[in-house]
Ligand binder design. Structure first.
Ligand code: 5GP
Length: 201
């Protein structure tokens, strides 16, 4: 799970990371938010109406869901299970509320919190982006939410400061590699080899 205040650049980092790591996929969320210019249904998100989202939520189709800036976002439980069954690692780029729901459900999650280098840098990035779609009021709201989200950093296993994109992607790649070789993830395979050693006369 990768969380970060809006405007930190987490999606850019994860989109750069995924092609570099075999067996790693990015989850595609459902949202009731309307698409921004250049966003396509089924690519960045599965865009659905608020009504459809509500029906899916009531039918228990979401692993987690949250209201973020007045729009609904959720991770499909079936999609997630399909990836797990296929033995793939799935990256969920979700907000802090969603991450805490998933953490409660599954022990095997790894949480990464991406921090902007400073509040000033975040504001600058949001302003640059705001030319696209954010009003001044929405921007203020995002900064206020960022202030609260940063306080949840300690709930995560790793913290990555997004100062330089390539370096950050490399840090994320190292985290995936380290987690894949952790006792929790790779212990069973290690045990098989240890058993073979025990069987040597
Ligand atoms: P945006 O609309 O700017 O793409 O995303 C706004 C926020 O919603 C971001 O913090 C993003 O991580 C979060 N988000 C996107 N998809 C999901 C999801 O499936 N679940 C949750 N809980 N948050 C999500």
């Amino acid at each position: 799970m990768v969380s970060a205040p809006s405007g930190t650049g987490k999606t850019t980092l994860v989109e750069a990371l995924v092609p570099q790591v075999p067996g790693l996929e990015m989850s595609r969320s459902y949202t009731s938010r309307p698409p921004r210019p250049r966003e396509r249904d089924g690519v960045e998100y599965n865009f659905v109406s608020r009504e459809r989202f509500g029906a899916m939520r009531d039918a228990g189709e979401f692993l987690e869901w949250a209201d973020v800036f007045g729009h609904l976002y959720g991770t499909s439980a079936i999609d997630t299970r399909r990836h797990r069954d296929a033995g793939q690692d799935l990256v969920l780029v979700i907000d802090v509320q969603g991450a805490s729901q998933v953490r409660r459900l599954y022990g095997e999650t790894v949480g990464i919190f991406v921090l902007p280098p400073s509040p000033a840098v975040l504001e600058r990035r949001l302003r640059r982006r705001s030319r696209d779609h954010l009003t001044e009021e929405e921007l203020r709201r995002r900064l206020a939410v960022a202030q609260r989200e940063v306080e949840r950093m300690a709930d995560y296993d790793y913290v990555v400061v997004n100062d330089e994109v390539e370096e950050c992607v490399e840090r994320l790649r190292c985290i995936v590699m380290a987690e894949r070789t952790s006792w929790r993830a790779a212990g069973a395979a290690g045990e098989d080899i240890a058993r073979a050693f025990r069987n040597i006369d």
